[in-house]
Design a protein around this ligand. Sequence first.
Ligand SMILES: Cc1cc2nc3c(=O)[nH]c(=O)nc-3n(C[C@H](O)[C@H](O)[C@H](O)COP(=O)(O)OP(=O)(O)OC[C@H]3O[C@@H](n4cnc5c(N)ncnc54)[C@H](O)[C@@H]3O)c2cc1C
Length: 377
Amino acid sequence: MSRFDVIIIGAGTWGSSTAWQLAERGHKVLAIDAFTPPHAHGSHAGATRLARQSNSTGPEYVELTQRAFAAWKSIAERTGIDVMTTTGNVFVGAPGSKWFDNTLENLKASPFEHEIFTGDEARARFPRVRIEDGELAVWEPKGAVSLVQPSIHAMQQLGCEEGVEVRYGEKVLDWSADDNGVVVTTAAGRYEADRLVVTVGAFSNSVLGLDFPTRVERQVLANFAIDPAAPQLPSLYVAAPAGDDSAPSYGCPEPDGTFKVSVPGKGNIIDPESLSQDVTQADLDRVLSFVRSRLPEAKGDPVATTVCMWTESEDGHWLIGRHPTHERVVLGAGCNGRGFRYAPVIGSILADMTEGTDHPELARFDLGRYELNSTRV
Ligand SMILES: Cc1cc2nc3c(=O)[nH]c(=O)nc-3n(C[C@H](O)[C@H](O)[C@H](O)COP(=O)(O)OP(=O)(O)OC[C@H]3O[C@@H](n4cnc5c(N)ncnc54)[C@H](O)[C@@H]3O)c2cc1C
């Protein structure tokens, strides 16, 4: 049995990025996944993810956003794979809405290009979106849509060129770590390494043996037929009204010409092992109510649906750091519905930490903010 420098458990969005970047730095890397990414069993199901430059959460995301956009550009140039489409992004809402106000405030304090439209001006600029009186429309011309499968394939291709070994379709059943290294066990084998990175998304608590205060939420994405002859719709967020703390509803154009829409549901907690692609009438009613009120041209029922799950941390920020009882184990979890566009940067941070370089400037994401109990001693 050959020994690796690093084993990655979970070779999805963040894991494929980390594997490639560690291999590029000269490490012998093994990436293991229960399925063959990209797939529909985790947090990257579906064709697209929105990649806007604004954020509702805080200034620490500005530099990460700049790095992420530059990294995706470089990935596309190196692999020849189109990983993003620039669609522009518009977010709509009324002042007083918490998400809208935070997002606009952060955007104004950032270097990102944007324009604010009001009333008739907004309706003339975005004629395919219904904008109510009293709402503003904020336009980000560099807003983009990440193409999920090409992005993951591109990171896999870079990893493959750098010598990453992969074991797909091998669910990790157990791992252990001690002063000599780590041992990972799957149904098909037993693998040894000096260090371990765990990027298993929604499955983090069970695989890590930790009790992060996170919720795994089931989310439904629905695709609607839209006018193929009309000028392209941008990606779109619509804030909940003032006094309603719900996440914004959002959508974006997809490569097949449809428009994807999601109305994030809070509290739809699931066991990640039980994810099914079945949708209920209640799922459809939520999304139809949004579409009928905001995208009047999308008249029919959805032409396709995807069920996915994201992991929401208590404070809305990622969990990045070392396992509290195992120094050799680095982990990245808690995607909070915004982790895709940052994958190249998160991979680089996890690679740094695996090599022993911590990032005190990223304290917002540090595990130390939670008192964690570990079942792995
Ligand atoms: C509905 C929805 C909408 C989203 N919208 C956006 C958006 O607009 N913009 C954005 O930037 N982000 C968005 N996100 C978030 C983004 O998709 C995630 O942040 C990203 O895909 C998370 O990557 P991950 O690596 O944590 O998880 P994943 O990509 O799911 O990878 C985890 C991997 O671990 C593997 N695994 C799990 N358990 C085991 C085991 N025991 N053994 C081996 N392998 C295992 C899984 O098979 C999987 O491949 C959205 C997410 C969802 C669900």
